[in-house]
Design a protein around this ligand. Structure first.
Ligand code: ATP
Length: 697
């Protein structure tokens, strides 16, 4: 009764809005496209209704509609879209006429083609036309497989819904104030969530009510319907009303009748705008595969990163353990470009901070498949798949993080000889995936990783385990025997690399000369492009060799220098340990060594303190960064809430604590020596102390 009253009072307050709604309803009803029609198939606008009839007899009055403003959507939505979006993409043109008139949709289009707006617009419009107010409760639920993707969808929803008075909430893990949020969740109209959080609400929040649900959206639908989310999704669906509109979108759509039956779809429109396309991946994406033996994968990755220091790179590895290992190891080796890592076992606030950082910065992000679907990182130059993807769909989504919406991108897939079967699978996929095998010798291994990392972090084991147990792909060939021997202990440059470096210490030039075509040519910085200057590395290549001691050098001939760089006589420092006849006095020598030892101890102490101070500062800086991000989030939530209270009880953003929404197994146990935040610092401290003690022993 209260709800009805609220609706009526709002209707009375907004006469012009009501008129608009009436107009939209009539417009939508009068121009309903025939089921199964695709406006893209008949691009000329119909001068009369009958002229819009396609060859198959289907009629779509939206043929020729290319702009958002030509659609029967509210002015508030048009105003929200206008600053950023004017022309529709293919999937938007094909699906919006059907979804706006309430039909269930199974939408498929290539990665980066604008599927998000294709479901957010109908969600907002449906509730607007139903004159939904916060007191009406949950009217729409958008479910995504990962927290980051949910966050991104929420941002897009804020753009479209900017001028609307609907309330929306982001329900993802990582926040502690669950109780406060449970109180607010019932007044949210649109929930953008991960399945775990939503289920947590359904089970724990008193009076949580979805009985009035109008629209359910599953983004990355095939993923949401696969066995990883089956239990959670079935539990959610069982609590939702059957009378609702359901929108399913993905770049790799499911057609399984069994899956669709679980969702009780009613005569869904199957809209696959790129079904006729020759390729399954974006047209501007260049793809190559390289055969790399397992024990050379990291060297290859290192060389690749070192040769593309101006590029933004997303590196996929198959497990959290592996991501942590590669990130820690490469970070210590300082490649000359900022490194980041992202995986499901990180704290939510850290994950979000890294996601935002990578959106803004040219850097390298090592990630598990948590970043493989849906995330719209701007301007990624390279997607590097160090480990083979699980299947073709996983490959398509991973490479889809680059070449988004009309932009260009490149991807490289490392395959061990036994993984070559994956290449065949990709090449014979329908539609095609244009991927070619390249000779890996285009890159010389300029570095081999020191075994320090392998032995201390169990690196080799990490790689082997990750590849053996986490790649679910079935191989035709047997994997070769795993190399057992330890890696060499010294950091060194291989002989061939040294030879190349003799005449040219720019690794990127080497690659340029050897590449078969321009796909591996490193990106020049804009400055270099302007000046047409040769590329130089932003960091120096260190030629590290073994320190050789010449045992045949006569005693007392070693040159020494004072602090100003002046040469001093050999053994001059020991002059005070000789008597007048030039003979060494043992007591004085002993005394001098004692003094030196004391001095060294003092330096040790100072160094230790300095190091501790630096680590403390670094930690504080990191904490401040996370805190700032959290404060900004809270401020935004507050201002949304205040704004909401002013206009109408309104927009808000909430977060819930829970795990395992990433498609990665939930494991709380920490791996010794490998906590992304704290352990890396502890590890650094330990390493520094080890170095100090080895210097002084
Ligand atoms: N009509 C449009 N005009 C201009 N840019 C658009 C339009 N629609 C979407 N975009 C932009 O294209 C990019 C990709 O869109 P979106 O993330 O919706 O792709 P997607 O199809 O969902 O990709 P994925 O399959 O990877 O999830 C975004 O940056 C978005 O802002």
């Amino acid at each position: 009764m209260r709800r009805l009253k609220a609706k009526n009072s709002r209707r009375q307050q907004r006469l012009s809005e009501s008129q608009e709604i009436e107009l939209l309803e009539q417009w939508i009803e009068a121009r309903k496209p025939d089921s199964g029609t695709n406006p893209l198939a008949n691009p000329t606008p119909p001068p009369t209704a009958e002229a819009g009839r396609a060859a198959d007899g289907g009629f779509s009055p939206y043929a020729g509609c290319k702009l958002f403003r030509q659609l029967p959507i509210s002015w508030k939505t048009k105003d929200g879209l206008a600053p950023k979006y004017k022309e529709m993409s293919d999937i938007q043109r094909a699906s919006l006429p059907h979804s706006l008139c309430g039909r269930d949709i199974l939408g498929a289009a290539k990665t980066g083609s604008g599927k998000t707006l294709a479901f957010i617009i109908p969600v907002v419009e449906k509730l607007y036309r139903a004159r939904w107010v916060p007191e009406d409760g949950v009217g729409s639920i958008i479910i995504s497989p990962t927290k980051e993707l949910a966050g991104q969808l929420f941002e897009e929803l804020k753009i479209v819904g900017k001028h609307h008075s609907l309330s929306a909430g982001l329900l993802i893990g990582g926040r502690k104030d669950v109780d406060a949020e449970k109180e607010r969740v019932n007044s949210l109209n649109i929930l953008v969530c991960t399945p775990g959080r939503l289920l947590q609400h359904m089970n724990e929040t008193p009076n949580f009510d979805c009985s009035q649900l109008q629209v359910l959206v599953l983004d990355e639908a095939d993923r949401m319907l696969d066995k990883k989310f089956k239990g959670e999704l079935d539990a959610i669906i069982s609590q939702l009303p059957k009378r609702r509109q359901t929108l399913l979108f993905s770049a790799t759509q499911t057609k399984s009748v069994k899956d669709l039956a679980r969702l009780s779809l009613k005569d869904p429109e199957y809209i696959s705008v790129h079904a006729e396309s020759v390729t399954a991946t974006p047209e501007r994406l260049k793809q190559v595969a390289m055969e790399v033996p397992l024990d050379q994968k990291l060297n290859m990755l290192w060389s690749f990163i070192r040769s593309h220091l101006n590029s933004k790179m997303l590196v996929f590895l198959s497990s959290c353990k592996q991501v942590k290992f590669v990130y820690e190891a490469f970070k210590k080796l300082r490649p000359g470009i900022s490194l980041k890592c992202l995986h499901g076992r990180m704290k939510q606030s850290t994950r979000m901070a890294i996601y935002l950082d990578f959106c803004e910065m040219t850097s390298v992000l090592f990630s598990t498949d948590v970043a493989s679907r849906g995330l719209d990182f701007p301007a990624v130059d390279w997607v590097i798949q160090v480990d083979c993807p699980e299947d073709i769909a996983a490959y398509i989504h991973r490479v889809g993080r680059t070449a988004r919406f009309m932009s260009e991108g490149k991807s490289v897939l490392f395959l061990t000889p036994s993984e070559r079967v994956m290449l065949k699978k990709l090449q014979s996929a329908e539609p095609k995936i244009p991927i070619q095998l390249r000779k890996s010798f285009a890159f010389r291994f300029l570095w081999t990783l020191p075994s320090f990392y392998y032995s201390n972090f169990g690196g080799q084991t990490v790689l082997m385990q990750a590849m053996d147990h986490e790649n679910k792909m079935e191989f035709e060939d047997e994997r070769g025997p795993l190399p057992k021997e330890e890696k060499e202990h010294d950091i060194h440059i291989t002989a061939s690399a040294l030879k190349l470096l003799e005449g040219n210490n720019d690794s990127r030039n080497i690659i340029y000369e050897e590449a078969e075509d321009d796909i591996f040519v490193p990106k020049k910085s804009s400055l270099q492009l302007e000046k047409n200057e040769p590329i130089t590395l932003s960091t120096r290549i260190l030629r590290k060799g073994k320190l050789k001691i010449n045992v045949h050098r006569p005693l007392g001939t070693r040159l020494k220098y004072d602090e100003d760089g002046n040469q001093i006589a050999p053994l001059a420092a020991f002059a005070d340990t000789e008597n007048a006849d030039g003979v060494l006095e043992p007591d004085k020598v002993k005394e001098r060594y004692e003094k030196l030892r004391e001095e060294k101890k003092l330096w040790d102490k100072e160094d230790k303190l300095l190091l501790q101070q630096r680590l403390r500062e670094k930690r504080t800086k990191e904490k401040m960064k996370i805190k700032r991000w959290e404060e900004e989030e809270e401020d935004r939530a507050h201002s949304d809430q205040e704004e909401g209270e002013k206009d109408a009880p309104n927009r808000s953003e909430i977060h819930f604590e829970s795990e395992s929404d990433d498609g990665e197994p939930r494991k709380k146990k920490k791996i010794k020596g490998f906590d992304a935040d704290a352990i890396s610092l502890a590890e650094q401290e330990e390493l520094a102390l080890k170095l100090l003690s080895s210097m002084h022993s």
